[in-house]
Write a protein that binds this ligand. Structure first.
Ligand code: FAD
Length: 373
């Protein structure tokens, strides 16, 4: 079977990996260089930021992220030569209003990723000596990790590009499907080339709403800008991820620390700005003041593919027999990525699914409300 995947972010790339593992032939297209959009810009936290604030369907996919990435890293590394660093740092959360609900959540879902401890000052200082003394308490999730997503993308792309079942096509904008009798006959790129395949997959991230008119289907996925600021400290300087008021610090193994993030509805604008940088820096220095001694080495913005509930659309596109989608992962596409791709592969190949696919079904399109900013 030949499958054409539109979009080479984490959603499209992992779908491609899943499908070639089953012997499918895959062509994957991106309008720009692969792996440069939201999936590059994200932080790589392998959990929704406050899981109890999300629908269970989001957490269900997210909880497989870490173990599935461990498996992919083992498999891809010998070939790609890239370790994408699953960094086991744990996470401190300082939002006092979330303490009780966070601890109850952890107790209710007795899973390793949800383990949580309430920390008193001495314990907090031992776990992370750089926290501002005004934070006397925290809840600590020791099992939470982050991945180095730009390296993850490099590793997957390198693996796919050398694979005999893969045709990798960049700088190619798919603009239209030719659909007859509920069947995609072919896709058309910006040069008018026809792309033939047996099945087609939309993994088009924040650009997914572009298909609304063509498919006569309301696809309420729109770009939500998030900005990040990158510091460089000595390796292993900051021992844990830290979070307060939806702002976070994510340490990498080599001492880079990602600080984020903002949320803005401003179309496809990916220009970072000074005011947002100031807000991010202020919030992060409030948690870790000593960070100010280190240089800021980069700032960027990315476009999250928002969906009204944060639950992605994974499955068959209604009314078109050979068209599928894996879109709308909003703030959690990196942690949900491996499980989303596995679910889609199982649906496409009519295999038993490892979770109930119903909450993710694109059948719910047309009935959901558009986000109002
Ligand atoms: C600042 C920020 C922080 C984040 N932090 C985290 C985090 O810590 N943890 C987490 O799990 N998630 C995080 N996310 C969210 C996560 O990055 C996204 O949910 C995820 O990357 C979406 O992946 P995607 O493949 O669906 O989209 P993308 O990575 O945007 O990929 C979509 C691709 O489709 C291509 N495309 C679109 N239309 C066409 C077309 N017509 N033809 C050809 N190509 C097309 C685009 O060029 C793009 O490359 C963060 C996001 C941001 C912006």
């Amino acid at each position: 079977m030949h499958i054409a995947i539109i979009g080479a972010g984490i959603s499209g790339l992992l779908t491609a990996l899943e499908l070639i593992e089953q012997g499918c032939q895959v062509s994957i297209f991106d309008q720009q260089q692969a792996g440069q959009a939201a999936s590059w810009a994200g932080g790589g936290i392998l959990s929704p930021m406050y899981p109890w604030r999300y629908p269970q369907a989001v957490n269900t996919l997210a909880k497989y992220g870490k173990s599935m990435y461990q498996t992919w890293n083992e498999k891809l590394r010998p070939n790609s030569g890239i370790d994408f660093e699953i960094h086991d740092t744990g996470m401190l959360i300082f939002d006092e209003d979330d303490f009780d609900i966070g601890l109850n959540y952890a107790e209710r879902y007795q899973e390793p990723m949800q383990q949580a401890e309430y920390l008193i000052p001495d314990a907090l200082e031992q776990i992370n000596p750089w926290i501002h003394p005004k934070f006397q308490h925290a809840i600590y999730f020791p099992e939470l990790s982050n991945i180095r997503n730009p390296r993850l993308l490099q590793s997957v792309i390198a693996y796919l590009k050398q694979h005999p079942l893969v045709n990798f096509v960049e700088q190619t904008h798919i603009i239209k499907f030719q659909i007859q009798q509920h069947q995609v006959q072919y896709a058309i790129d910006q040069h008018g080339n026809k792309i033939q395949a047996d099945q087609f997959v939309l993994a088009t991230g924040a650009w997914s709403q572009d298909w609304t008119e063509q498919l006569n289907l309301e696809i309420p996925v729109q770009p939500v800008q998030g900005q990040m600021v990158l510091y460089k400290a000595p390796a292993h300087w900051l021992p844990t991820m830290c979070m307060n008021k939806v702002m976070y610090l994510i340490p990498r193994q080599d001492g880079h620390i990602i600080c984020g993030s903002s949320m803005a509805y401003c179309g496809f604008n990916t220009l970072p700005d000074a005011k947002t940088r100031h807000n991010i820096v202020e919030a992060c220095l409030e948690m870790v003041p000593e960070l100010s001694q280190f240089p800021i080495v980069k700032q960027w913005a990315g476009l999250r593919p928002s969906s009204p509930t944060g639950i992605p659309y994974i499955g068959a596109v209604p009314e078109v027999n050979n068209l599928w989608m894996n879109v709308g992962h909003f703030r959690n596409g990196l942690c949900m990525g491996p499980a989303s791709a596995q679910l889609l592969r199982q649906l496409m190949l009519k295999q038993p699914t490892f979770i109930d696919p119903t909450p993710y079904s694109p059948e719910r399109l047309n009935s959901e409300q558009l986000i109002v900013s």
